[in-house]
Write a new protein. Structure first.
Length: 137
């Protein structure tokens, strides 16, 4: 049998491709067309190593910076969703990867805004406390 995703020859009695891990039904599949395209002329939707799949923006670095500089809880949530989306993308689950990346993006934006507001408020309180201690108010 031929894998419908990567075109590798696999034994007839296996449910998953030994090359890419794609679930294969028992029906024989047509080999991929020249140029790496699946039957029907569409590009494969995988995202693993060596495959050309859809590209999704990576928010992992931004999540780490949000965690360290701005807002710890939302940064950690952003890191978790960024990692989950990378795993989904490499497994070929594009819709789930996009959903997780969107959640990571919104966590980072909210964490950045909350962190900046909190830092400005802390700075104002500190300046007010210093001014009050010196008799400025």
């Amino acid at each position: 049998m031929i894998c419908s995703r990567c075109g590798a020859n696999i034994p007839d009695n296996v449910a998953f491709c030994t090359n890419c891990g794609h679930s294969n039904s028992g029906a024989p599949q047509a080999p991929p067309q020249p140029g790496g395209y699946a039957p029907g002329g569409y590009a494969p939707q995988g995202g693993g190593y060596g495959q050309s799949g859809p590209q999704v923006t990576d928010y992992l670095i931004w999540s780490i910076i949000t965690t360290l500089c701005c807002c710890l809880p939302l940064g950690i949530v952003g890191i978790i969703f960024s990692i989950n989306s990378k795993n989904d993308l490499s497994a070929g689950r594009y819709e789930s990867a996009v959903k997780n990346y969107n959640i990571a993006f919104y966590c980072n934006v909210i964490g950045l805004v909350v962190g900046l507001i909190a830092n400005v408020l802390v700075a104002i309180i500190q300046f007010a406390a210093i001014a009050a201690a010196e008799g400025g108010f």
